[in-house]
Design a protein around this ligand. Structure first.
Ligand SMILES: *[C@@H]1O[C@H](CO)[C@@H](O)[C@H](O)[C@H]1NC(C)=O
Ligand SMILES: *[C@@H]1O[C@H](CO)[C@@H](O)[C@H](O)[C@H]1NC(C)=O
Length: 462
């Protein structure tokens, strides 16, 4: 029996380590910072508490990986950081260097708003014009003591000079606070770096914020498809059962239509196995955002399969393949966007039950790799991290190699030629969508529901 277990573990390790096209680039037991963080900070009360430092996002740009550590506990000295990596892999326990410097990341002792500082960053993104974009949520999600320091803001840093070049404060009309603004998607004009639309998912109040960079204006969309599916919010990860109510979590953009230049935006809630679409023609239209009814502008694309709740997904412009980080399967999957959306037309490109505990971020770089990170956050939230183990990992997968021969390979035929809209009868977790039945949202929910609507209709409901 013991021999069998050893054999199984050994062959599993071999499979995980040797998987074609996948490199484990970085791993950490615990997050530690470079000497840019002054020792007075590390020594201060609540200045640096190792077990509370959990990376939430990682994005690659020219042998640098930007690592974000959200302030969800005390003791996080710097939220936006960078590491330089080099082969051989993995690079282990690299020190995080505050980016672009410590001053921008330092929390004010009086916790007063400061437009020259950032409080919490989740998932930064790099655009094709050498800029790093991110949202500063402006708050600390300390359990039982949420602390709003300042309004949420959108930032851009020039990666060639490492200087901040833009900051835009998101107004109250779009979101009450930065709580839930955990992913950002960049829609950069192929010919003009100044024409950028930024889409931000708000998992907490179920909105999408759109920012028009050129005109320095923002608006927000409300739609029922931004909500969780109430039947798909229960999880079991590493044997830990829990429920989450996170709504819209990730927005991935297809290639521009050759004629209209608009893109398809693919989006999903975290607690849902469904994928939806909307054209950026709709999202870029501020007037459309004010409508109370969106007709067929937002659409159900299909069903990803049971237990396929996805944190982040990303579209590869070269191959047209979408990659999904699957939090309940310790895996990354793919789907070729030219094929019908159905679980049979998807493939797992990487799975590792030992190390992929909560794949929390995923992004595609300009060099043909999909990058993904895991952060064991389930352990922070529900048990305790063991800082002797490797808790945080960053992988990169060569896209052409990992899709080759799978159903995601554009050269391979689809397995089925129909879209699967919902779970099938055989599945125990059948989805029953009630499209637009409850147009005015949850009303008195914990976050106040839509926050807008036809007052007369709302009153009638009472
Ligand atoms: C909550 O945080 C504030 C600082 O933002 C601190 O002054 C206060 O003592 C904290 N309260 C608790 C119960 O920890
Ligand atoms: C924006 O949306 C409104 C409302 O749907 C529509 O009437 C208008 O034509 C749209 N504008 C553009 C430029 O597409």
């Amino acid at each position: 029996m013991l021999r069998l277990v050893v054999l199984l573990v050994a062959s599993f390790a071999a499979l995980a380590a040797g998987q074609r096209g996948v490199d484990e680039v970085l791993k950490w037991q615990k997050v530690q910072y470079s000497s840019d963080v002054p020792s007075r900070i590390l020594a201060a009360d609540n200045g640096y508490i190792p077990v509370n430092n959990i990376p939430m996002g990682a994005v690659h740009y020219k042998n640098r990986v930007f690592v974000a550590v959200a302030r969800r506990r005390w003791g996080i000295p710097s939220t936006l950081n960078v590491v330089n990596f080099s082969p051989p892999f993995p690079n282990t326990n690299l020190l995080l260097k505050p980016y672009p410097n410590f001053q921008l990341n330092e929390l004010r002792a009086d916790l007063q708003p400061d437009e020259n500082r950032i409080v919490t960053v989740y998932r930064p993104r790099v655009d094709r014009c050498d800029r790093l974009w991110f949202v500063d949520t402006g708050m600390m999600e300390i359990p039982n003591n949420f602390t709003i320091v300042q309004r949420p803001s959108i930032w851009a840093i020039d990666l060639k000079t490492d200087k901040p070049i833009h900051r835009y404060e998101i107004p109250q009309k779009d979101v009450d606070s930065g709580y839930g603004l955990t992913s950002i998607t960049l829609d950069v004009d192929p010919d003009n770096c100044e024409k950028v639309f930024v889409y931000i998912s708000d998992l907490q109040t179920y909105r999408m914020v759109v920012y028009d960079y050129q005109n320095r204006k923002s608006w927000r969309f409300l739609h029922n498809y931004f909500f969780l599916n109430p039947l798909e919010g229960d999880y079991r990860i590493q044997g830990i059962p829990f429920s989450w109510d996170d709504g819209i979590f990730s927005i991935a953009l297809g290639n521009p239509d050759p004629r209209t230049k608009f893109r398809t935006a693919y989006f999903h809630a975290l607690s849902s196995n469904s994928e939806f679409t909307v054209s950026t023609e709709v999202l870029r239209n501020e007037t459309a955002a004010q409508r109370h009814y969106h007709g067929n502008d937002f659409q159900l694309l299909g069903y990803r399969g049971a237990n396929s709740q996805s944190s982040i997904h990303a579209f590869d412009a070269d191959t047209g393949v979408v990659f999904f980080a699957l939090i309940q399967q310790n895996a990354v999957s793919c789907w070729d966007s030219r094929k019908p959306f159905a679980p049979q037309n998807m493939a797992i490109v990487y799975k590792n039950d030992a190390d992929i505990v909560y794949p929390n971020d995923l992004a595609i770089d300009n060099e043909g790799y999909v990058w993904f990170m895991t952060n064991s956050i389930i352990k922070l939230l529900y048990t305790r991290l063991n800082l002797e183990e490797y808790n945080f990992h960053v992988w990169r997968a060569n896209i052409n190699e990992v899709i080759k021969g799978t159903v995601c390979d554009p050269a391979v035929k689809a397995n089925v030629n129909f879209v699967q809209r919902f779970a099938t009868d055989g599945d125990s977790d059948r989805v029953t969508f009630l499209e637009f039945k409850d147009k005015y949202g949850p009303g008195g929910g914990p976050y106040g529901g839509w926050g807008i609507g036809d007052q007369k209709r709302l009153n009638k409901h009472n």
